[in-house]
Write a protein that binds this ligand. Sequence first.
Ligand SMILES: Cc1cc2nc3c(=O)[nH]c(=O)nc-3n(C[C@H](O)[C@H](O)[C@H](O)COP(=O)(O)OP(=O)(O)OC[C@H]3O[C@@H](n4cnc5c(N)ncnc54)[C@H](O)[C@@H]3O)c2cc1C
Length: 424
Amino acid sequence: MSGARVVGQGLVVRPPSPRTAHLPPLPASVDLVVVGAGIVGLAHAIEAHARGHSVLVVERDARPGGASARRSGHVAVTTQDAATLSCALASRERWLKLGREAGFWVKDAGAVVVARAADELAVLDDLVAARDGDARLLDAAEATERARLTGDDVVGGALLPLDLRVEVGDALGATAAWLDGLPRADVAWSTTAWAFEAGSGRTLVRTSRGEVVARRVLVAVGPELDRFYPAETALAGLRHDVRQVLRVAAPSGALGGAATDAAAPVVLDGTTLLRDAAYAHSPALADVRERLRTVDPDLVDADVHLSFTRHAGPAGATLLLGDARRPRDEAADGSRLERDPARSEAADAVLLRAAAGLLGGPVRVHARWSVHDVTAPRPRRGPFAGTPFLVADPAPGVTTVTVADGLGTTTALGLAVKVVDGLF
Ligand SMILES: Cc1cc2nc3c(=O)[nH]c(=O)nc-3n(C[C@H](O)[C@H](O)[C@H](O)COP(=O)(O)OP(=O)(O)OC[C@H]3O[C@@H](n4cnc5c(N)ncnc54)[C@H](O)[C@@H]3O)c2cc1C
């Protein structure tokens, strides 16, 4: 506390810590303060700024580090249901535009879903019929080739050409730098928002680096919403999900030279049919669930969603493999949210076994990490009824936005258009 001084109304101002002393001072007042520089926060800051509002993004970390940045992004346009498809389509266009403007890599690489059983192919057939030209059924040879697999158990698949790949961590860093370089826009790293105090038509935002007066505040802190609004978070039924991800060596011999092809499509297997909303109406889905439950109950219990993207790096060709859910009884509750929570060996083992099955042999692990995500029942009322978008106004001048069900990368840039419509 040394060096702290008390200013008007008992407000305590601390001197800047040496760690952040080099950072530019915060603006005294802006139209919109956004808390959190994940994809959801940045999406809203960009949208508000594009409409002429001055914005300040405050981010606790020194660089992108939240859930958005800790995995490779799949903008999964084609497998959305009616509740999210329009946001996903709008996001797709915005990702491509942002990539050009902010200068990061985003690729319309598409996705390939491989079927290894007749019931999976029947579900994909229903998707292709429903998507009216935005997806195409593949025979076994083309699915194997497009997914660049070497096994002989693929019976067919679907090509989802609208889907995008993006390295979200790099993209967020480039986007934040680009936004920060625009007039009337600032991104303040290493700046933690502490509290919001309503005034007359304005809100005082208290942060670790000083106070800012804002016309509106938008809180986009992902799983950490309960730290600001525990009662509202509990009421919305928001829960943490801890999802385990692996970086593995591309199996030698398998995948050929294509293993390093960053423009290769995202590859998904039949487990993803159980989770992605667009498949829910297929009559054949019950057969897939029943078969998987019978032959591999651990796979279903761990909620494995097997997909991978290919990467080249100093460690050679690797695959980023996702993901399995840490059992809920081991998962942290809100009061114990840790950045790198303990992993479940059992969930890793199931994920590795599933990957070996898809890739045709055991895989060597380079790195393991966990990412918090959120799930919640879909709201029953309001403009976002039936969607995974939890948008609330818990205090005057403050709006919170949380995207549940692992869809933030896919939808946030489109969602922001609707949310910002209601802000000013
Ligand atoms: C394994 C896994 C795979 C996924 N795959 C996909 C996918 O393929 N496609 C897809 O669409 N989505 C995917 N998702 C979901 C997606 O990652 C999330 O929906 C998205 O990242 C949520 O973004 P966010 O901005 O809300 O949260 P975050 O990215 O977590 O950002 C919140 C930010 O707020 C900051 N913060 C918190 N508290 C404060 C504070 N007090 N002051 C200042 N800053 C603060 C944090 O540091 C953080 O940077 C996946 C999720 C997981 C876990």
